[in-house]
Design a binder for this molecule. Structure first.
Ligand code: 5GP
Ligand code: MN
Length: 342
């Protein structure tokens, strides 16, 4: 899709940004390829306008995305919390990329909301919360990277995207569209991708950097999850995997290692919904995926303090892993007809 931005809004945002002494770009906790890719591409654009810009991240991000920040300065709450808060409070404008509710920046929520900066959301998650001065929300877009691609051109039609920024955007689209296979992938997506390739992107380089870059431990962990941990409920067209803290430790878990594993359960013939539960120190983090009409966004939002998209959502639970799974299993019964219909 091509977002139909409101011309007046774009003009106002342009003025706002150009008059800002300092701009902050932030994104959701545990940023993924789309969150990092869209942030770094927007960072390069704003910097090219001569505007002091800082990327402020609520947490670390996977090693396979490190190339995006190589040679660029980013600030991470886990590393320097005080600096991140200071930048949030000092900014005149804050871009909120790839998230639709303030709490998604976790420990940065307070400073994000306390800041006197104007907030601009650019996002593609369903049902945005009203916490920004400008809400550029397009849930039919496959990625925030696509929106940022069109946004920078709306602000400056002569802007020439560098190979670096184009690579960041390409990675964002690629990861959020499941390598261009989800239903959100349209002709417009591919036309945009063609333009990024014209800017110098080498697709196989990006693919390899992201998908052929796992540690040996992570690949063995994947095998363990599939062989030992997958539970399938053919009667509900559903499957899940649940991993304990100790298992993560045993496989020397690094940020990003669990990403994508849930999709293997969804790949089983007949399975319409899959979940991946991961026990951390104080919370259970959950990834949901579905095929077709079954909305995991609704499931995550109604029962697991989460949200996301119809076919890809996430949530969390403060209960024990066993209780969280028991709750999930009881919900399968409740959602039985929806699961069997789709
Ligand atoms: P993942 O399973 O890859 O972590 O997330 C899938 C989708 O759900 C992403 O679009 C992500 O932004 C969203 N999501 C993941 N966790 C949460 C959460 O705790 N709350 C909300 N609102 N969305 C989430
Ligand atoms: Mn996204």
């Amino acid at each position: 899709m091509i977002p139909q931005f409101n011309t007046n809004e774009i003009a106002e945002i342009s003025t706002l940004v150009n008059q800002s002494k300092m701009v902050v770009i932030t994104t959701h906790h545990k940023p993924d390829g789309d969150a990092m890719g869209s942030s770094m591409a927007l960072y390069e654009f704003l910097t090219s306008l001569g505007i002091e810009t800082h990327v402020v991240l609520p947490s670390d991000y996977p090693d396979f995305l490190l190339w995006m920040t190589k040679g660029q300065q980013v600030h991470t709450y886990d590393i320097n919390a005080a600096k991140c808060v200071e930048l949030m409070l000092k900014a005149n404008t804050i871009f909120c990329l790839d998230f639709n509710e303030a709490t998604r920046v976790e420990k940065l929520t307070e400073s994000l909301m306390q800041s006197k900066a104007k907030r601009i959301m650019i996002d593609h998650h369903l049902e945005p919360v009203n916490f920004c001065d400008y809400t550029l929300s397009y849930p039919t877009a496959g990625s925030t990277a696509e929106l940022v691609f069109h946004f920078v051109q709306a602000l400056d039609s002569n802007y020439k995207i560098s190979k670096y920024a184009a690579s960041c955007l390409y990675a964002g689209v690629m990861t959020d569209t499941g390598s261009f296979r989800f239903s959100s992938t349209t002709g417009d997506t591919h036309r945009m991708i063609a333009k990024l390739i014209d800017c110098g992107v080498v697709p196989n380089e990006i693919y390899e950097a992201i998908f052929d870059n796992y540690s040996e431990q992570r690949t063995r962990f994947l095998g363990y999850c599939l062989k030992e941990k997958m539970v399938v409920f053919p009667q509900y067209n559903a499957a899940y995997m649940a991993i304990t803290k100790d298992e993560l430790k045993q496989y020397n878990h690094q940020t990003g290692d669990t990403e994508g594993i849930v999709n293997y359960a969804l790949g089983i013939k007949g399975i319409k919904m899959a979940a991946f539960f991961c026990e951390h120190d104080t919370i259970i983090k959950i990834s949901f995926r579905s095929k077709g009409k079954f909305s995991v966004k609704e499931l995550a939002a109604s029962h697991f303090n989460g949200g996301g998209h119809q076919n890809a959502a996430g949530g969390k639970s403060m209960d024990s892993l066993a209780d969280t799974i028991a709750k999930f299993e009881s919900l399968l019964k409740q959602y039985e007809s929806a699961l069997l219909q789709t």
